[in-house]
Design a protein around this ligand. Structure first.
Ligand code: SF4
Ligand code: ZN
Length: 931
C-alpha cells in the first residue's frame, strides 16, 4: 500500500497527463512551465519520489511532442529544460535509455542540424547530449552512429555552441576506438575552418584524442602549423603544446622541418594582404621561432636535430625581417640558445652578422638586438647563405636514438590509458593465476606488466584535463554560496582575504559547514582583520568559540594573529611554506588550502573529504592514514589540481566529497567524475558479473568480465586493500579507515557551587582551566580527576578541600549534595562527571582567587564554557528543586513557589524572573566530539 504522499503524487501526475493529452500547444506550454517551477529546485531524492510513478509516460510525451514541434517558436526551450530535469535525476540511467529508445537523441541531433533553431536552444541541446555522452560508452556510440561527429563539426564552425560542441566531441572521443579515428580526422579538418576560440578548444581536444590514438596522421602537420598564424597567443601556445606532444611520433621530423621552413617564408606569401597590421605569414614566422626555442631549450637532442635541419640560417633570416619586430625578437632569442649551446655555431653567426652586430648580440639583451640593427645589416641577414655542416652532430645516429626514446615515452603514456580489458587479456593469455602473480612479484622474478602506480594514479594527462573540466563545471553550477567563498572572491586586500580564508579553514576543521557559517559571520563581524583579532583577549576568543568544539583552534588563531601583527608587520604569510612556518596550528592541509583559495597558488589539498574522493577514484583501499596512502593521496592531489583555478578546484573536490561522494550513500549517478572513478567501474563490473551468474551464463568471455583495469600487483601493492571486495558495500569499500582506538574512560568530580547574588539571583563559582591541554582556557565548575578506588567520603573530602582552597574558606563536606552523573564524549575521552552541588552563604564566599570568578546565570550564558559544563548545569537545574534555597537570609518570592510544582521549583531555585528559557540556553547543546 502506498503512502498518502505517494498517492497524492500519483493523483497529481495522472491529472497532469490527462490535461496534457487533451491540451493543445499553449496548454502544454503552461503545463511544462508549472512542471519546471515545481521541480527545478528539487533535490534528486525529491525528484525520484515525485517522478518515479509517471516519469516514463511524461518523458515519452515530451519527446514525441518535441519531435513534431521543435521548429515551432517558443516551445523548444521549455521542452529541453524539462528533459534536463529527467536526465539529471539520480536514476537517470533508466530515463536515458528510455529517451534513447524513444528517438530522443536523434531528435537532439536534428535540432542541432536545423537552421530554424536558435543558438541558445542548440547550446541547451548540446548540453543534454554531453550529459548523455558522459553516461557511458553505449551512449557515445549511439551519437556517433547517428552522424553525430559530422553534425558537431558543423556546430563548431557555426556561430555559436562551439564550446559545447567541442566538449561533446572530446567526450565522444573516449568511447569506441572505431569512432576515434573519425573524430580525429574531423578535428584535423576543422582546424583551419573554425574561429580562434573554437580553434583553441579543437587543439585541446586533439591533444587528448591524439594520446589515445597512437601514431599521428601526416595530415595533421600542415593544419597544425597553420594555426601558428593565429593572432591569439593562447591558440599559438596550445599548438606548441600539441607539437611538443608529437615529438615522439613519426611526424616529428616533418613538424621540425616545417617549423624551420616557416622562419623563411616564400616571397609570394609575404605579399599577402595585411592581417590587423601584421602579415599572417610573419605572425607565423614569430610563432615558429618561439616554438623552436621552446623545444630546443627543453631537449638537447631536438636542439641538435634543428641545427641539422638548417635552423640557424633561417633564424638569421627572420632576425633580418624588419617588417615584423616580434619575429625579430623571437628569432633573436632562439638564436641566442643555439649560440650558447654550441660555440662553433657562434663562430658561424659572427661571420654572417659581422663583429659589430655580433658584439651587440652577445653583450646586450637578445630581445633588443633588432633595435640596434641598421638596414644594411638586416639585408645581410636576409641574404645569408650560411651552411653549417650537420655531420659534426652525428645527427643520424642520435636522431634515430631520440625518435626511439620519444616513441617509447609515448607508448608508455598510451599504455596507461589502455583499458583493463587488454590487461586482463594479457593476464589470461599467460594463464597466470592471481596467486601466482603475487608470488612472482614477491620473488621478483618478473615485474608485473601494469605498475601499481598506473592503477592508483592519473598517468594520462588527457584524463586529468577532462576530470578538471568536468569537476569545475559541476562546481560552477552546484557550489554553495558560503561567506568565506564570497570573501575569497570579492575581497581585494590580499591580507584580509588570506586572513578570512585562514579563519574559515580553521573553523571548518572537524566541524560541519552548517555549524561554522553562523560562527564565521559573527567572528568576521567582530574581528574583520588580523589586527582586530590580535587586539582581542583570549577570553573573548574563547567566548566566541564556545560551542564550536576543539577549543585549541581558536587559541591558535589568536596566537597566530598576534604573531602576524607583532613579528610580521601585520602582513599575512603569502606562500604555502611561510604559512606553514609562521602560523601556529597551520599544517600541510591548511597551508595549501589558504594558499590556493586566497592566493591562487597551485597546491593540492588532502582533507577527509578529498581523501574519500581520491581513494574511491583510484581504488586506494589501504589504511588511508598509512604513510604509503598518505603520500599517494598528496601526490594525486598535486597532479590533479588545476593550475588556472587551484582554489576552485580544491574547493570543488571538497564539495564533491561533502555533497556527492559522501561517506554513506554516495550519489554516484549524479557524480560529475564518475567516468574516471575506478570504484564506480568496479561496482558496475561486479553487478554485471552477478547478473550473468544469476542468469546462469557462465561463458565468461574476457570482454564481458572486465572493462576496467585492475591493480596487477595484487597482494604486494601497498595501496590495495587487504580485505577482499565486499559487494554489499559498493564504492564504500573505499576508503578503509584505521581501527579506531576506544576512547579512554575518565571520571571527574565536579561541584556546582552556588551563593546568593547581590540581587535577587544566584551566582555560580567558576574556575579557569590551564591554557594548555583539554578545553584550554575555558571556565568550569571546580573539578578534579577521580582516582580509582576512592570512597564516597574521600571524594567529598577532596572536593571540599579544593573548593576551600579556591575560596580561602572552610567548606565542610556536610554541605555537599550528590546531584548525579553526566556523560560527555570527546574524540578520545569518554568522560563521566560525578556532579555535586554546594550552596554557600555570601559571607562564606567572599574571597576570589586568581582564575576564579562568580557569575550569575545570565552571565554564565555568554561565558567561554564548554558543552560539558552546560550539560552539568542542566542536570543541576533539573534537580534543583530537591535542594534547599541558598537564600537563607532573604527567601525569594520564587522560593515560595518551590512547593507548587516540579517545573516551577526548578525556576524558583534559580531565583530569577528574567531567566531565559532553558531551550534557548541549550539550543547549541549537542554532542561535542573534541576538546
Ligand atoms: Fe565518489 Fe561515486 Fe563519484 Fe566515484 S562515482 S567519486 S564513488 S560519487
Ligand atoms: Zn594496488
Amino acid at each position: 500500500m502506498s503512502s498518502p504522499e505517494e498517492q497524492a503524487n500519483l493523483g497529481r501526475a495522472l491529472d497532469f497527463l490527462r490535461r496534457w493529452d487533451r491540451g493543445d500547444g499553449p496548454v502544454r506550454v503552461r503545463l511544462l512551465r508549472s512542471f519546471l517551477n515545481r521541480n527545478a529546485r528539487k533535490t534528486f531524492y525529491e525528484l525520484e519520489v515525485d517522478l518515479a510513478q509517471t516519469a516514463s509516460l511524461l518523458l515519452a510525451r515530451i519527446t514525441v511532442w518535441m519531435r513534431v514541434s521543435f521548429t515551432a517558436e517558443g516551445f523548444l526551450a521549455l521542452q529541453l529544460k524539462a528533459l534536463g530535469i529527467f536526465l539529471s535525476a539520480s536514476n537517470h540511467d533508466q530515463y536515458l535509455m528510455e529517451f534513447l529508445q524513444g528517438g530522443g537523441v536523434v531528435i537532439l541531433l536534428d535540432v542541432l542540424s536545423s537552421s530554424q533553431v536558435q543558438n541558445d536552444d542548440k547550446t541547451e541541446a548540446l548540453r543534454l547530449l554531453l550529459n548523455i555522452s558522459d553516461a557511458g560508452r553505449k551512449y557515445k556510440e549511439f551519437i556517433c552512429e547517428h552522424n553525430g561527429v559530422e553534425i558537431l563539426s558543423d556546430c563548431m564552425v557555426g556561430s555559436d555552441g562551439g564550446d559545447a560542441a567541442g566538449a561533446l566531441l572530446e567526450s565522444l572521443s573516449h568511447g569506441n576506438p572505431k569512432y576515434q579515428d573519425q573524430i580525429y580526422r574531423s578535428l584535423i579538418g576543422l582546424l583551419t575552418r573554425v574561429r580562434p576560440r573554437a580553434q583553441l578548444l579543437l587543439l585541446q581536444t586533439l591533444r587528448s584524442v591524439q594520446l589515445k590514438l597512437g601514431p599521428a596522421h601526416d595530415g595533421i602537420v600542415a593544419p597544425l602549423l597553420n594555426t601558428l598564424r593565429s593572432l591569439h597567443l593562447d591558440v599559438q601556445d596550445e599548438a606548441c603544446n600539441l607539437i611538443r606532444d608529437l615529438m615522439g611520433d613519426g611526424v616529428r621530423v616533418k613538424l621540425l622541418s616545417g617549423l624551420v621552413a616557416l622562419l623563411k617564408p616564400v616571397e609570394e606569401e609575404t605579399r599577402e594582404p595585411e592581417v590587423t597590421g601584421s602579415l599572417a605569414v610573419f605572425v607565423q614566422q614569430a610563432a615558429a621561432a618561439t616554438a623552436i626555442r621552446s623545444l630546443a631549450e627543453e631537449d638537447e637532442e631536438i636542439s641538435r636535430e634543428l641545427l641539422s635541419l638548417g635552423v640557424v640560417p633561417n633564424l638569421l633570416y627572420a632576425l633580418g625581417n624588419q617588417e615584423h619586430g616580434e619575429a625579430q625578437i623571437q628569432a633573436s632569442l632562439a638564436l641566442e640558445h643555439f649560440v650558447r649551446s654550441d660555440p662553433s655555431v657562434g663562430a658561424h653567426v659572427r661571420r654572417v652578422m659581422g663583429s659589430q652586430l655580433f658584439a651587440a648580440f652577445t653583450h646586450s639583451k637578445a630581445d633588443t638586438l633588432h633595435m640596434k640593427m641598421d638596414k644594411r645589416q638586416a639585408e645581410v641577414l636576409l641574404s645569408n647563405h650560411l651552411h653549417i655542416d650537420p655531420g659534426r652532430c652525428k645527427q643520424r645516429a642520435w636522431r634515430e636514438k631520440r625518435i626511439l626514446f620519444w616513441s617509447q615515452k609515448m607508448s608508455r603514456l598510451r599504455l596507461t590509458s589502455i583499458k583493463g580489458k587488454k590487461l586482463l587479456s594479457e593476464a589470461e593469455e599467460t594463464k597466470t593465476s592471481t596467486r601466482k602473480r603475487r608470488k612472482t612479484a614477491v620473488e621478483g622474478e618478473e615485474a608485473p606488466k601494469a605498475s601499481p602506480s598506473s592503477y592508483h594514479s592519473f598517468c594520462d594527462p588527457a584524463e586529468v584535463v577532462q576530470l578538471r573540466r568536468k569537476l569545475l563545471s559541476w562546481y560552477d553550477r552546484e557550489k554553495r554560496e558560503l561567506p568565506w567563498r564570497t570573501l575569497a572572491v570579492t575581497e581585494a586586500d590580499v591580507n584580509i582575504r588570506t586572513y578570512a580564508v585562514w579563519v574559515s579553514e580553521v573553523m571548518l576543521q572537524q566541524t560541519q559547514v552548517a555549524t561554522v557559517t553562523d560562527y564565521y559571520n559573527r567572528w568576521m563581524k567582530r574581528w574583520p582583520t588580523v589586527q582586530h583579532l590580535a587586539a582581542a583577549t583570549l577570553q573573548e576568543v574563547n567566548q566566541m568559540w564556545a560551542g564550536l568544539g576543539y577549543y585549541s583552534r581558536g587559541k591558535r588563531l589568536h596566537e597566530g594573529a598576534q604573531k602576524v601583527v607583532s613579528e610580521l608587520k601585520g602582513q599575512m604569510p603569502h606562500t604555502v611554506d611561510d604559512l606553514l612556518k609562521e602560523l601556529p596550528g597551520v599544517g600541510r592541509y591548511t597551508a595549501a588550502a589558504v594558499a590556493s583559495i586566497a592566493l591562487g597558488q597551485v597546491a593540492g589539498v588532502v582533507d577527509g573529504n578529498v581523501t574519500r574522493v581520491l581513494c574511491r577514484l583510484r581504488a586506494i583501499g589501504a589504511d588511508s592514514t598509512s604513510p604509503a596512502a598518505n603520500q599517494a593521496l598528496w601526490g594525486l592531489a598535486n597532479v590533479l589540481v588545476d593550475s588556472e583555478r587551484p582554489g576552485d578546484f580544491n574547493q570543488a573536490m571538497m564539495e564533491l566529497g561533502a555533497r556527492v561522494c559522501t561517506p554513506k550513500g554516495p550519489l554516484c549517478s549524479r557524480c560529475p567524475v564518475r567516468a574516471h572513478c575506478r570504484s564506480h567501474q568496479k561496482v558496475q563490473v561486479q553487478q554485471e558479473q552477478n547478473t550473468k551468474k544469476l542468469l546462469g551464463r557462465t561463458d565468461r568471455s574476457v570482454s564481458e568480465v572486465l572493462d576496467v583495469e585492475d591493480c596487477m600487483r595484487g597482494g604486494t601493492c601497498p595501496l590495495c586493500p587487504l580485505e577482499p571486495w565486499d559487494d554489499s558495500l559498493g564504492v564504500q569499500n573505499f576508503p578503509r579507515k584505521p581501527v579506531k582506538k576506544a576512547p579512554r574512560a575518565e571520571r571527574t568530580l565536579t561541584c556546582v557551587v552556588v551563593r546568593p547574588g547581590e540581587q535577587d539571583d544566584h551566582e555560580f563559582l567558576l574556575t579557569q582551566r590551564p591554557n594548555k591541554g583539554l578545553l584550554a582556557g575555558l571556565w568550569e565548575f571546580p573539578s578534579l580527576l577521580l582516582q580509582d578506588g576512592d570512597s564516597d567520603a574521600e571524594r567529598r573530602r577532596a572536593l571540599c578541600h579544593q573548593i576551600s582552597r579556591t575560596l580561602n574558606a572552610d567548606v565542610s563536606d556536610g554541605l555537599l549534595r550528590h546531584v548525579g552523573e553526566v556523560v560527555h564524549v570527546f574524540s578520545h575521552i569518554h568522560q563521566t562527571y560525578v556532579v555535586y552541588s554546594a550552596r554557600l552563604k555570601r559571607s562564606d564566599a567572599r574571597v576570589q582567587a586568581e582564575n576564579t570568578q562568580w557569575l550569575t546565570r545570565s552571565a554564565l550564558q555568554g561565558a567561554a564554557v564548554s558543552t560539558g559544563l552546560k550539560k552539568i548545569l542542566k542536570l543541576y537545574e533539573s534537580r534543583a528543586g530537591l535542594e534547599e534555597s541558598p537564600k537563607e537570609e532573604k527567601p525569594s518570592k520564587n522560593a515560595e513557589r518551590v512547593k507548587t510544582s516540579k517545573k516551577s521549583r526548578a525556576a524558583a531555585a534559580m531565583g530569577r524572573a528574567r531567566q531565559l528559557p532553558l531551550n534557548s540556553f541549550f539550543k547549541t547543546l549537542k554532542e561535542e566530539s573534541g576538546s
